[in-house]
Design a protein around this ligand. Structure first.
Ligand SMILES: Cc1cc2nc3c(=O)[nH]c(=O)nc-3n(C[C@H](O)[C@H](O)[C@H](O)COP(=O)(O)OP(=O)(O)OC[C@H]3O[C@@H](n4cnc5c(N)ncnc54)[C@H](O)[C@@H]3O)c2cc1C
Length: 134
């Protein structure tokens, strides 16, 4: 039975692994106790570990939920560069106190977002990202 990080039970999106290490360790220990009591350490008895991990912990469901997230990030690297930059520039524009009205700033931001970001691509990224994360 392999548990925790050694079994890659790590959810990088939520930056958590200690919970999965604890839970998988617990169900592995319970399975080992059960096997000891039965005097049967065969694959069939130890398979209960995998079943417990599926049914009694959120681990496998959580990891399955984000199975496409890393691929999404690899295919859409600008999500971690262009979009945060656009958001930061937009906030800076809105917060900057000068002689320009806020409405004018809003249009300026929209033009800049369209110029640098491409609206169709952003919509598609939103749909594709939603599928990978929700
Ligand atoms: C920088 C960082 C931040 C993190 N932040 C979070 C967080 O905020 N929340 C969260 O849930 N998770 C977080 N994690 C992940 C979390 O730390 C791990 O998922 C968790 O500690 C895994 O537990 P583990 O028992 O499987 O492995 P480990 O904690 O790595 O324990 C394995 C142990 O085995 C020992 N060992 C290795 N080889 C041998 C050997 N041959 N003989 C004897 N002993 C050996 C090691 O020294 C170690 O003590 C973070 C990880 C890192 C690196």
């Amino acid at each position: 039975m392999v548990v925790g990080d050694a079994a890659q039970l790590v959810n990088g999106i939520h930056r958590e692994g200690s919970n999965h290490a604890i839970l998988s360790g617990k169900v592995a220990a319970e399975t080992a106790i059960e096997a000891h009591e039965k005097g049967d350490f065969s694959g069939r008895t130890l398979h209960r570990y995998r079943e417990r991990l599926e049914k009694e912990t959120p681990t496998m469901n959580d990891l399955r939920k984000y199975r496409n997230a890393v691929t999404f990030m690899e295919r859409h690297p600008w999500v971690l560069t262009l979009y945060p930059q656009l958001a930061a520039d937009s906030i800076a524009e809105m917060m900057n106190v000068d002689e320009e009205s806020k409405r004018s700033k809003q249009w300026k931001i929209l033009r800049e977002v369209i110029r640098r970001g491409s609206i169709p691509r952003m919509i598609w990224d939103g749909i594709d990202g939603g599928r990978s994360f929700i």
